[in-house]
Write a protein that binds this ligand. Structure first.
Ligand code: GLU
Length: 421
């Protein structure tokens, strides 16, 4: 395929990664475009009334990557960076992530180009509802199931579910996941991504023979994923020596109190103002020495410029796409000293527990929290073992192994089914 609407640095990154895996798997040229390019992309204009009386139109997108294994699944991002290329890349990654975990989904992603922190609560509700209303013809519990991502949360998912349900004339919980428990959500979804990251870090520490009680960690990003990861790692005895968000970065070799940080963020909405003593330059945080480095914020923060300077033993990717292919080439050479938990393995706890939420909603049968985490950890264990074994067998990086497993699942389903999906 020579021309497409998908462009920009993030899609380019997903494309490069895919081509690397396709070369490794020796996927025929004629199959590549079918595997990489999204099945559908929807763009909508979402007008809302601002509080000052003006009408403003926001652009929204939803990209459904492939329909071969079941409905598509993925988060909805409210951020100024959102464009169709970024959303498409994130949808592609969701496909490999779901396939690696063995979930019966294709990948999707959506978003609105907006800084949600500039909206009042009423404006945020109006925009969330309008976005779902515009998407009604294109989504459904067996077509495409949304979830939270950067800039959205449980309340936004409740508005999505309510808007969809009102148009259908009945409550349809299974249209989105990541809802509050009071609106048909599952126990454990809010913490699932962060607890899943911490669980895999625990497995990686075991694998390397490092005890959690002697390990240190730095977490970039203090939203739902970063803060729960930091909290869960601290609960396992790991000393959190650095954290950051888009407003501040703190580093203290003696350890930071994660519960205190969470209380501060709950009150102020951001890390800034927490401390003056331990504040450092945010760009420096990633380069400080630690056992576990968790990028849990944005894409493309680990690049060829800083990859040689990372001083961690484990890189646990809580964010989607934090490491560029240029950085990967360097990390590949540092394979013996740096253990990578690639994003589609490391942060899959979110979508795995979303799958449990969807299943519970469809069955109208709700599980206890212990069952949710027991099942989550079992799926994670299987993926972890598969990735390590594949990397060892083929002499490839963990990322290449994880993607090779995910891409192969989709490829073989496409071969079995034929050309349509
Ligand atoms: N947005 C999350 C992710 O990137 C969760 C998606 C979901 O739960 O469907 O994995």
């Amino acid at each position: 395929m020579s021309e497409s609407i998908y462009s920009g640095p993030v899609f380019e990154m997903a494309r490069q990664q895919f081509n690397g895996v396709a070369d490794h798997l020796q996927i025929l040229e004629e199959d590549r475009a079918r595997l990489l390019y999204p099945k559908r992309a929807i763009a909508v204009s979402c007008p809302i009334h601002r509080d000052d009386g003006r009408t403003e139109v926001f652009q929204g997108y939803r990209v459904q990557h492939h329909l071969t294994l079941g409905p598509t699944k993925g988060g909805t991002r409210f951020a100024p960076s959102v464009d169709v290329g970024e959303v498409a890349a994130l949808a592609v990654w969701m496909s490999w992530k779901c396939a690696l975990a063995g979930l019966p989904y294709g990948g999707a992603k959506g978003g609105i180009t907006v800084d949600p922190y500039t909206l009042s609560p009423r404006e945020l509700e109006a925009l969330s509802r309008r976005y779902m209303q515009e998407m009604i013809p294109f989504v459904g519990p067996h077509t495409d199931v949304m979830a939270p991502d950067m800039g959205t949360n449980e309340q936004v998912m409740a508005w999505f579910m309510d808007t969809y349900s009102m148009y259908q004339g009945q409550t349809i919980n299974e249209i989105v996941t990541g809802k509050p428990v009071s609106a048909g959500g599952t126990l454990g979804r809010r913490e699932a991504t962060g607890r899943g990251v911490a669980h895999l870090v625990g497995r990686a520490l075991d694998h390397l023979g490092i005890s959690a009680g002697s390990a240190t960690a730095i977490v970039q990003g203090f939203g739902n994923v970063g803060s729960v990861t930091a909290y869960s790692l601290a609960g396992r005895g790991v000393k959190i020596i650095g954290v950051s968000d888009h407003t501040a970065a703190y580093h203290d070799p003696a350890g930071l109190d994660v519960a205190d940080l969470q209380r501060h963020v709950a009150k102020r909405g951001q890390l800034a103002g927490f401390s003056t003593q331990s504040a450092i330059e945010p760009s420096e945080l990633l380069l400080r020495k630690c056992d576990v480095l968790v990028p849990a914020a944005m894409e493309q923060v680990i690049t060829w410029q800083n990859a040689t300077e990372l001083k961690c033993r484990i890189l646990a990717e809580g964010a989607n796409g934090p490491t560029t292919p240029g950085a990967d080439a360097i990390l590949d050479q540092r394979r013996d000293e740096l253990f990578v938990l690639p994003d589609i393995l490391c942060n899959a706890g979110g979508v795995i527990v979303s799958y449990f939420e969807w299943v519970q909603d469809l069955q109208r049968l709700f599980w206890e929290e212990a069952e949710v985490f027991d099942r989550l950890y079992r799926i994670q264990e299987r993926s972890f073992q598969q990735v390590i074994a594949r990397a060892k067998r083929d002499g490839i990086s963990h990322r290449m192994a994880a993607m090779a497993i995910g891409v192969s699942v989709v490829q073989s389903a496409k071969h079995t089914r034929g050309l349509f999906p």
